[in-house]
Design a protein around this ligand. Sequence first.
Ligand SMILES: Nc1ncnc2c1ncn2[C@@H]1O[C@H](COP(=O)(O)OP(=O)(O)OP(=O)(O)O)[C@@H](O)[C@H]1O
Length: 355
Amino acid sequence: MPSAVNKPDVFPSLTPEIILSFQFSSWYPKFASLSIKSTVIRPLTRDFLDYLDADGVFMPEGAEDIPAESTLSDEEDGSGYESDSEDEEHRKFSFPELDAKIREAVSRYGAVFPKLNFSSPRDAAWMLPASSPLKCVSPADVYLLLKSSDFVQHDLNLGHVFDGCESAPRIYDLELVLRKWYPVDRSRELRCFVRQEKLLGISQRDPNYYDFWNESGTQIKVLDSVKTFWENNIKGKWPEAGGDYVFDFLLTRDLSRGHIIDFNPYAPRTDPLLFTYEDLHDLLFVRGDDYTPQPELRVVDSPSHPAATRNAPAHQHNMVPLEALTISSGRGVQDFAGALRDEIRRSMQDDSDDD
Ligand SMILES: Nc1ncnc2c1ncn2[C@@H]1O[C@H](COP(=O)(O)OP(=O)(O)OP(=O)(O)O)[C@@H](O)[C@H]1O
């Protein structure tokens, strides 16, 4: 067992180069055959950055595939809500080349799941129908999610992206990633923690209780599947990050194999879910060099597990654009999202009618 003197810190040191090795376009070429089919659009134009940066949720011109169709009139919704076009002139944007690339990806994949270099707009999932979260079939869907997400804003902010790094931030190109959309079964999603090329811990990713985890043999089978996949396909392939990384993994229905969803830095910004980084550090310590590592699997194994979620949709609490609050009263989240979507489309229609 290593002595306390040799005990590494809870977190490895972080450099801008290590952070950039986790942007999508850096890792994807190496692991494409083990992950979800994806298209990277890079670099994005300065104009598009300005659009993402601009206040408010509004659409660039030409992003809609279907003529805008309003289901609620001002009289009907009774909100007195006024669209931006009526009380504030915002700069007009249009991205015909980007629109065309998004449409091309939609026709190739059927539907797309969007992200930027590091983050997906999962905090804005409530903007599109709950039955198919983050499923985009038009440029407008993609822009609506990106504009409504605080998580995506993270990727635009050098201070956030390089937070915790020992040296100065690096300039990098912003990228739009369009992944083939799948109806992901969240019960089979895992997050796996690797430190110094040792697979230490595996956590259920979704904080809901799923009873299949208590079926006889399931956890042993999953441990074996993840370990085998990691040893055959990932282990030793992260020299850029010194063998310290976290990967998200989606198990196949029979739990015997899986696909890589994403890689993240082994850093406080990556949610340790059912572990703490101190727990993982202890696992590294007791599983020193001469120990054959068996990772620890943690799942929500009962409905009363402290991590088990209540019924509230994730991220609902802090992700409501301010101007949307005026149309929210008395509606369920999905109704509200639908009404907001209609309002945004209607304000676009108003804008183009003005032209
Ligand atoms: N191609 C896809 N189709 C449908 N849903 C997806 C797809 N890829 C990911 N998801 C869903 O979106 C969630 C977030 O995806 P992803 O890990 O890529 O985003 P992220 O912003 O990097 O998340 P985190 O910040 O937790 O690392 C996943 O847990 C999964 O449920």
